[in-house]
Structures are given as C-alpha cells and as structure tokens.
Design a protein around this ligand. Sequence first.
Ligand SMILES: [Zn+2]
Ligand SMILES: [Zn+2]
Length: 121
Amino acid sequence: MKKSRRILMLVLALVMVFTVVAVPASAAETLPADEPVTIEPRAEACSCGGSYINVTEWGSWYFTGSTQPCTHGYRFGDDKIYRRDGIRYKRCNRCGEGWMTGTTYQTDTYGPNGEYCFGHN
Ligand SMILES: [Zn+2]
Ligand SMILES: [Zn+2]
C-alpha cells in the first residue's frame, strides 16, 4: 500500500516534469522564428499602367431623426443631425478598375446654408 503510493507520487512528479519541459518545446515547434509573415499584396499599380487611388462615393444627405444642442454659438435650440453614407474604393485613375475597401459616413448639423441649424438666442 505504502509502496504503490510512493510509485504514484513518482509518476505524478515525472508527469509534472515532462509537462513543464514539453510546453516550451511544443511552443517553439509551432512558432518557428524564421516562418515567413504573410503580407497582403498592396497592388498600388494597375496592370494598365495607371495607379490605384482611394475614392469615396457618397450617398445623399438624410435626416437621422435625431437632434443635438446647437454647437454654432447660439444659446438655445436643437440642430437636426443629418448623415450621409459613403463606400470607399481603391480605383485605378486610368481604366477605372477597382474594388470596395470599406464603408464610412459623415454627419452634419448645419447644412450648406444653415438649413439643419435651429439655434437661437
Ligand atoms: Zn446650430
Ligand atoms: Zn487601370
């Protein structure tokens, strides 16, 4: 009884030693220092000879349904928050070939001629 328990302890100790040794060894195997890093091809030049530029195509301004306190120097009044959504592209400046890279948006609480501003004193 006593002997088998001692063997069990020995086995446990050995397992712990092997676990401690095995972790850094396997980590080194999965992360070789000289593994090439994958880099997305940047493709700044188009095959037609043109070059890709960032372009944003904007939609129309629309009222979001929200307002916020005027930020144009008036003491009172809430401005209407307008918004327009844009789609961003990389597009060749020569042949027009390209691809979508993301979306973006802008907000405005003033408008071209102050139409969205409802501030007053
Ligand atoms: Zn305002
Ligand atoms: Zn092109």
